[in-house]
Design a protein around this ligand. Structure first.
Ligand code: SF4
Length: 376
């Protein structure tokens, strides 16, 4: 199925048009290649660049990363989302330092033995950093191959085999990067710039007159929508109650304001008001929420609605209904930590320093930006 001339055209184009990105500086540092691949999963290049630069300043080597506490790693990742990537990367760096003398394995199999490293990431590191003959298959490569070869609903196995069959003898890393670059900059999901594409004359999707039809779009599934009640509880010393999510779950290791799901996913939720935090919320729910998650008995009758915060994950959406609860006395140590691995009373400076989930960071900013009240 391979097409003669495809690799050489693509490489020529890449040599002239590739973007100058911080992780592409020669000589390639395997740690930088790995870090960029992890950060770029599900995240745009423009978003990643400042995170990447900050990261390598703070952790210039794998040893420095492996020696850092997870809290600091998560704080530096804050805002990039998909935090399992950071936790796995940190754990994998510790394994590389402890078991491999700080040198990354050079083969796909060796790399895939590390936490969080799948076939795609292993192929990218092995080919880009070590010149191995290993294919890659990400969303960009999937789209380019489906279009060039006119595949409507190709299987993963078919695409991996195709990507492997196209690899040139030399410069496999540059070839893989070129395929991804073409998908990211020219063969985009919508409105591909076929007139600037080096593969146009061999592209079946282009010849069909409707390149966007390849690959066929999967049928859309309804996205579950969760409603979450959140209490920003401030004590008389201005400290706020924060819970750390258990390490193994979603957003593990990050801090949040005490929260609990209001009800089960509801397809009709989007029809309701999403900006009014009082919608669906009964103040007694707040008393119950605080008691069930922390064991603290708090009268929430005077709670003030702070706002609603929406957040979309890959497979579901959240609307958080946020209330401000003021305590007339210093906060007591919570007798319970139900569903959190820790609960703390944090001073405002500490809230700035801790790694919060993205929506909790927005909630904190919302709290800080509200007009001053008699209590401030
Ligand atoms: S010709 Fe168009 S559809 Fe085909 S690979 Fe190039 S940009 Fe994509």
């Amino acid at each position: 199925m391979a097409h003669p001339g495809l690799a050489s055209r693509l490489l020529r184009w890449f040599d002239r048009h590739k973007r100058d990105l911080p992780w592409r500086r020669e000589p390639r540092d395997p740690y930088h290649v790995w870090l960029s691949e992890v950060m770029l999963q599900q995240t745009q290049v423009a978003t990643v660049i400042p995170y990447f630069e900050r990261w390598v300043r703070r952790f210039p080597t794998l040893d420095a990363l492996a020696a850092a506490p997870l809290d600091e790693v998560l704080k530096l990742w804050e805002g990039l989302g998909y935090y399992a990537r950071a936790r796995n990367f940190h754990a994998a760096a510790q394994i590389v330092v402890r078991d491999y003398g700080g040198q990354l394995p050079r083969t796909v199999e060796g790399l895939m033995a590390l936490p969080g490293v799948g076939r795609y990431t292993a192929g990218a590191i092995a080919s880009l950093a070590f010149g191995a003959r290993a294919p890659v298959l990400d969303g960009n490569v999937r789209r380019v191959l489906s279009r060039v070869f006119g595949l409507g609903r190709p299987s993963e196995a078919e695409l991996w085999a195709l990507a492997e069959s196209l690899l040139p003898q030399d410069r496999t890393g540059a070839f893989n990067e070129a395929l991804m670059e073409l998908g990211a900059t020219i063969c985009t999901p919508r409105a591909p710039q076929c007139s600037a594409c080096p593969l146009r004359t061999m592209c079946k999707a282009y010849a069909s007159g409707d390149p966007e039809a390849y690959p066929a779009k999967p049928a859309k599934r309804a996205t579950p929508h969760y409603e979450v009640l959140t209490a920003v509880i401030i004590d008389s010393a201005g400290r706020v109650l924060l819970g750390r999510r258990p390490r193994d779950g979603l957003l593990g290791g990050l801090w949040e304001f005490v929260s609990s799901e209001l009800r089960t996913p509801d397809a009709n939720a989007r029809k309701r008001s999403h900006t009014d935090p009082t919608d669906l919320t009964d103040p007694s729910d707040l008393t119950d929420l605080i008691a069930s998650r922390s064991g603290l008995k708090v009268k929430a009758g005077n709670a003030e609605p702070l706002g609603a915060v929406k957040h979309a994950f890959t497979h579901f959406k959240l609307t958080r209904r946020v209330w401000l609860v003021r305590l007339p006395a210093p906060g007591r140590t919570p007798p319970l930590t139900n569903g959190y691995d820790r609960l703390i009373w944090a001073a405002p400076e500490e809230v700035e320093r801790l790694a919060l989930t993205r929506s909790d960071r927005r909630i904190w900013e919302m709290y800080r930006a509200r007009p001053p009240s008699l209590f401030d």
